[in-house]
Ligand binder design. Structure first.
Ligand SMILES: [Zn+2]
Ligand SMILES: [Zn+2]
Length: 360
């Protein structure tokens, strides 16, 4: 089977034949239908987070279960599934308190990649615990959730990371309530889901900040009540004007840029919070004044993968989509074959795409 392999950071991915080990106990093999390109894949492939090469990245995927290992009961061959990078044991202290994204267990797949290069037999890194820039994956069964067969699989792939992350930051991590004022910095494939999550829970106003006029326009289509260029010197004044003289209850930073983190601290009201959703490259540092944070009773929260509990969140997202209350089709900018993956990535890097999806 084919995969797009990263052999050198910053260089185009290489389409190669690979082999996958059979799923072992607790693991499944999924024939992929689609894998969207997330900024995390791009940062890895550019070398921004280091790591070992060669590697197969890709983690925002969907497909059909082909084979299950022993002990797997919640999915079976033929099931349509969303495949995520969230691997959880279900019984460690973090899983027990509902933080599956922070699971403490070490899995066999953490210690041996199932992917080998057919030509040389060398082991390829199972990137982002998934290796989904490939026609099939072997993952831990906990990473997959079955979905109804009438949900298009290219749309379903988006749920695995961008939708879970953006929506979950609002509904799970922050627990935004009706009437609270929300600012979303960065309205690409993740931020638009924070915008539509804020709209779903009744936040008001919902202010989108993005450098791109196209992405600001998209944010308004997804439920933003206001949209501004973050370079506008009067952004804080605009937010106050929209919110009865106050800054935001919640500021979601969905991009990894230092400028965005720095700006966010100045946009939350007394008692408000900043939620860090986007992942910067290693070494990006932010600054805040702790005295000011204490005296204004503010908070800064990290949101890993939208604090998702995938067996709760994925079916909820699917239901909202099927009711027409959540836009997913509109998130897809382009569909590409695996052989075209470097073009798909380049278009994301140029800021042209909400989500580009590889379809198999
Ligand atoms: Zn991702
Ligand atoms: Zn666990």
């Amino acid at each position: 089977m084919k995969a797009a392999v990263c052999r050198a950071f910053g260089q185009p991915l290489v389409i190669e034949e690979i082999d996958l080990a059979a799923p072992r106990h607790g693991e499944i093999r999924v024939r992929l239908a689609a894998c969207a390109i997330c900024h995390s894949d791009i940062i890895y492939a550019a070398g921004g987070w280091g790591g070992t090469l060669p590697a197969v990245y890709g983690h925002e995927a969907s497909g059909i279960v082909e084979e299950v290992g022993g002990g797997v009961t919640h999915v079976q061959p033929g099931d349509h599934v969303v495949v995520t990078l969230i691997r959880s044991c279900g019984h460690c202290i973090e899983c027990t308190r509902g933080s599956q994204v922070l699971c403490e267990a070490v899995f066999p797949l953490d210690e041996r990649s199932p992917i080998t290069a057919r030509a040389t037999g060398e082991t390829l890194v199972h990137g982002l615990r998934t290796g989904a820039f490939a026609e099939a994956v072997v993952v831990d069964a906990s990473q997959a959730v079955a979905i109804p067969q009438d949900v298009p699989l290219d749309v379903a792939a988006l749920i695995a990371c961008g939708v879970l992350t953006g929506l979950g930051a609002v509904t799970n991590t922050a627990g935004v309530r009706a009437g609270e004022a929300v600012v979303v910095i960065g309205t690409g494939g993740v931020g638009l889901n924070s915008v539509q999550g804020a709209a779903l829970v009744g936040a008001s106003p919902i202010v989108a900040l993005d450098l791109s006029p196209d992405k600001r326009a998209a944010a308004v289509r997804f439920g933003a009540t206001h949209a501004f260029d973050p370079r506008d010197a009067d952004v804080a004044a605009h937010i106050k004007a929209a919110n009865n003289g106050r800054l935001a209850d919640w500021v979601f930073v969905t991009v990894g840029a230092k400028a965005a983190f720095d700006q966010a601290n100045g946009l939350m009201k007394r008692g408000g919070g900043v939620v860090v959703v986007g992942m910067p490259a290693s070494g990006v540092m932010g600054a805040y004044d702790p005295g000011w944070l204490a005296s204004d009773g503010q908070k800064i929260l990290g949101s890993k993968m939208g604090s998702a509990r995938i067996r709760i969140d994925v079916p909820r997202i699917v239901d909202l989509y099927r009711q027409g209350r959540l836009k997913l089709d509109e998130l897809i900018t382009g569909r590409y074959r695996l052989e075209e993956i470097n073009e798909a990535i380049a278009s994301v890097v140029r800021g042209e795409a909400l989500r580009n999806v590889i379809v198999f």
